[in-house]
Design a protein around this ligand. Sequence first.
Ligand SMILES: [Mg+2]
Length: 293
Amino acid sequence: MPLRLSAVYNPISGRGAGARLAEELAARLRSRGHVCDFRATRRAGDAGALAAAAARDPLDALVVIGGDGTLNEVVNGLAGAPVAVCPVPMGTANVLASELHLPRDPAGVVASLEGGGRYAMDLGVCNGRRFFLMIGAGFDGEVVTAFHRGRKGAIRKSDYFLAATRFLARYRAPRIRITVDGRAVTERATWVLVSNVAGYAAFFSFARDARADDGALDVVWFTGGAPRDIYRYFWAGLRRQVDRLVDARWVRGAAVRLDSPGPVAKQMDGDPNGALPAEISMLPKALTLVVPG
Ligand SMILES: [Mg+2]
């Protein structure tokens, strides 16, 4: 049975690998008789608009070739339209790809599309915008925001590491108040992660037990604010041992509010996302993904 597909790809993702992969995938899909319309993004916002346009026609799947930022745009562009999304991870972190074992080679992607595996994952909503990975408020929000202000071209993991290290030298931790399902849980968090998934930025896991299909968000927060505390948290995240920290806490809930007396930057799915306050809720199983069958 030929599939009706649409594809959105970021040609510069993966330092140009996105364009090559799109070309190979398009050729392979067409040679197998599938109908596929490939559209390249040119600037921020394109992925969302292209996804919204593609979803107006009946589709078997929407292929998305790009990083987490591209997928975030698509999820928001679709705004709940019942289209199965097939992410082909090309970005810096690809948290979702490693959790769901998503293929990134053309043969593997075609096999997923033809094999028909589906996974319904939860989405979070923060101040009206959908996210699929996490919201971070405090340290990582500040780093991502400062980093993108000076960004030129593609991002490498080492760039982030250097930016974070430089940033830490002049870091002053904020005070964040957290309310979960109407219950005040702390007024003294310095860094908060509201996670839909267990992984974080390729190597780390701060919310080890988070599941993307349990209808709840995992809220992990920290109370230390010195540079050595931040290093300690990342080290624990690398070793998946955040639960052993005496100054880290975890709670699960469906509605989270974060606010702060001072300005605190936040990030959504790894991109800058303005400042607190944040009003965060859940859309259980709101995104259908194409996964290996
Ligand atoms: Mg969950």
